[in-house]
Write a protein that binds this ligand. Structure first.
Ligand SMILES: O=C(O)CCC(=O)C(=O)O
Ligand SMILES: [Fe+2]
Length: 346
């Protein structure tokens, strides 16, 4: 159940990096993770073991976003550029007429060891990645980071398993091959009036990413120092989640809420608009396409399941209908790709 938290807890994952770690320390860490996931649903992870330098990672993101628009458009999903063939992976431009104001580039696994039947439709969840031409370094760094996040995702799921007294490898085969998504995000600067950035509990703030819960399992977010991410507590207040050096922000998605029979919370969050460009890089740790998500046995109080079983792929396809990254509103009258369209001068 969500609580009236006033800041995000910090979870130290150092025990995971210790090859001599005792059973007891792992149990303790697992209990901390479970408690946090049951109450706040958000935390900072430190000593996470992912070999990443934030400055380098954000430089990699900047390399991509500073490519000429024409080159980015060649990587755009079919929704945005009809002559392109990629439907699920790739670039999405800044949206028009939306409270989300961001462009992004999404990458999935580099190779799938196994594929599953997916009913033909608008989106192919198992399609190959697209990459900018002549940017081998960008591809190499992105793939290495994707692998690092996948490893951490698996470790977190192992702690979740331990916390429910399941085998520590309970989730392993369900996340292999993973359909995780790494998303580079760029929120262009906007002109924000003083009153729009004044208080932390209003619902009328100018946003660059509208309030939402993530749809999947676990999100690992790397954000730059600009700030703007806010997390809603049980009182409805928006609690800022500023940058903590070399940490990840971790949070849970709707499917994890479902998988734990409502025990883990998928917490609402949003990004407030700022007058500086902002970069963030969420990694959505996801299972294999046909993974059956049904409430875990240890989460069934008196054997009662609150949710029907659902396959991961079906769930995502259902959710996508509501995601701005998959809506094309090019027909809108205002050209919102121009920053001036959003300026609200003080
Ligand atoms: O940019 C951020 O800090 C959050 C992004 C986010 O919540 C998302 O992409 O789901
Ligand atoms: Fe999110």
């Amino acid at each position: 159940m969500s609580t009236a938290f006033d800041k995000l807890p910090i979870i130290d994952l150092a025990p995971l990096q210790d090859p001599q770690v005792s059973e007891n320390s792992l149990q303790e860490l697992a209990a901390t993770i479970r408690h946090t996931f049951e109450t706040v649903g958000f935390a900072y992870l430190i000593n996470h073991g992912v070999n990443v330098n934030h400055t380098e990672l954000f430089n990699t993101a900047k390399e991509f976003f500073s490519l000429p628009q024409e080159q980015k458009n060649r990587l755009a999903k079919k929704t945005f550029v009809a002559s392109n063939s990629n439907t699920y992976r790739g670039y999405f431009p800044v949206q028009k007429n939306d409270t989300s104001y961001k462009e992004g580039f999404e990458v999935g696994p580099s190779a799938l060891s196994e594929t599953f039947f997916q009913k033909p439709g608008k989106f192919d969840l198992q399609e190959a990645n697209v990459w900018p031409e002549n940017q081998d370094n960008f591809k190499k760094k992105t793939e290495a980071y994707y692998d690092g996040c996948t490893k951490l995702g698996n470790q977190l799921m192992s702690l979740v398993a331990i916390s429910f007294e399941l085998q520590d490898d309970y989730f392993d085969s369900l996340f292999n091959p993973t359909l995780s998504t790494l998303r580079y995000l760029h929120y262009p600067a906007r002109t924000v009036k003083a009153e729009e950035s004044a208080s932390n509990d209003d619902d009328d703030a100018l946003l660059s990413c509208s309030k939402h819960t993530d749809s999947g399992i676990v999100t690992l977010l790397c954000q730059d120092q600009v700030g703007g991410l806010e997390v809603q507590n049980s009182l409805g207040q928006w609690i800022p989640a500023p940058y903590v050096p070399e940490s990840f922000v971790v949070n849970l998605g709707d499917l994890m809420h479902r998988w734990t029979n409502g025990k883990f919370v998928a917490t609402m969050h949003r990004v407030r608009a700022t007058n500086r460009d902002r970069l963030s890089i969420p990694f959505f740790f996801e299972p294999k396409l046909d993974c059956l998500i049904e409430p875990l046995q240890p989460c069934l109080e008196s054997g009662v399941s609150q949710f029907d079983a659902v396959r991961y792929g079906e769930h995502v396809l259902g959710k996508m209908a509501t995601w701005v990254e998959y809506q094309d509103d090019r027909e809108a009258e205002t050209d919102h790709t121009q920053l001036s369209a959003y300026s609200v001068a003080a």
